[in-house]
Design a protein around this ligand. Sequence first.
Ligand code: HEM
Length: 517
Amino acid sequence: MEVFNTFSLLLIAALIFGCLLVKNSLSYWSRRGLDTPPYSLLFGHMKSAFTREIAFIDRMLKFYRYFKSMGLRHGGLYFVWSPVYMPLDLNIIKHITQIDFQHFHSRGLYSNEKNDPLSGNLFTLEGKKWKLLRHKLTPTFSSGKMKMMFPTMVECTKGLHKVIDKELGGPVDIKDILGRFTTDIIGSCAFGLDCNSLENPDSEFRKKGKSILHRKGLENFKQAMFFTLPNITKRFNVFVFPVKVTEFFMKIVKDTVTYREEHNVLRKDFMDLLIQLKNKGKLVDDDKWSSDLINEADNKITMNEIAAQVVVFFFAGFETSATTMSFCLYEVSKNKSIQDRIREEIRRVLQGHDGKLTYEALMEMSYLDQVVNETLRKYPPVPGLPRICNKDYKVPGTDLVLEKGVRVMISVAGIHHDPDYYADPEKFDPDRFSEDNKKNLTPNSFLPFGEGPRYCIGARFGLMQTKVGLVALLLNYELSINKKTQEPLQFDPEFVVASTKGGLWLDFKKISNMSIH
Ligand code: HEM
């Protein structure tokens, strides 16, 4: 009986202590004079990340609008019980992402290189490791390297035309088809493999890609934990990807590298550049691509590092571009005059290039560029930018000191939909980005690829594949919405990347049969 009483007392004491701890954690912002939207005791502001009720983009809009409606420059959130700072003021954001980068060089995401090699990638790495790797990988994405990969991308449009032609006559789920298209492009450019997912929607690559981005059950819970409590996840040695997915990619990368090295295969793709970094530590000049021109250097990368980068290129690269293309096609399906104007530009520019879609021809399509920018504004695929404070930081123009370890979330979606920066923000208006109007945009109010030294390394590649896909489709097909098109669009809570719920269904009518090859 006495043992039972002691145990009960200890339990009550632990409960009281736990409650006080939670209360203390959840008063972090009020003690510093920052406002917070209503939250749940158990999950803070992340309940819907665990329950998947509200999409990430909608959460980013909601929190931004809450603070904005109160006329605030910033506010506080809680990821479960840990404090997250949300700046709205563009000057504070500029300081965090660019000027005072040394205080915020990391995203504070899960990375556990030793036990989970694929988590040691450029997106998640921190501090010096990230800096060194970024330095080594930057030349991989130079415009010269992009030009070299361009023909591979254009080649993949053949498969795109075939699939659309097969589906003519009924509504087409363009989101799914474009996901397969970019899977094939990245598969080709990153792994040097023909993933064949356009022809075969059940291809292994497509299945693995989907299983990562569209997580269910325990995997969904794990993903929310990686995001909200990375340190705890690391302590439990949880893998960022399901073990089978990790094994699949590790094997493909190792087999490809070994085969290329044994057979002296040179291909103009990411894998080739990463193999150069592994063996020599440096890349050849843009205009040369042969093994005897590679300079020696000692900062080489390992096989595991190659695998981690190839996989992050794959996951960061295919869905972001596919959703950009889908949202763009949805908007031009509703705006016939915009659609006609792009098609007219595509035809005119191609005529000047013997009907071939070359890198130079694509760069000439300025209206297409405006339309893609407006799509990225209205539907930013990455709606929030995470950072973590690496050393105490006084927020400029305020009395607030962010302590080391406090996380930051910048609401890209909120800024892109703020009427102070974009008049009538729900209107799809590519002329916002015309040569004349661009000068009037508020500096730092357009952040689809992030900002500062952690800016998206694949932005050029992403824009290139997005535009190649759009040219291939808009040249030969007229698009319109149909009864199956969801209006208004709903974002899918199961995806971190902004994506529509239940696909995106459009009608395609073939109007010409022009080749771009
Ligand atoms: C439309 C397409 C794309 C969009 C909208 C996009 C967006 C972004 C954003 C917002 C970030 C975070 C930037 C920051 O925190 O400031 C990012 C980082 C990154 N992206 Fe992209 N991305 C796209 C395509 C790609 C592609 C095609 C690749 C690779 C082939 C790629 C690889 C990466 C990597 C590796 C990072 C981490 C960079 C670092 O931390 O140093 N992305 N991307």
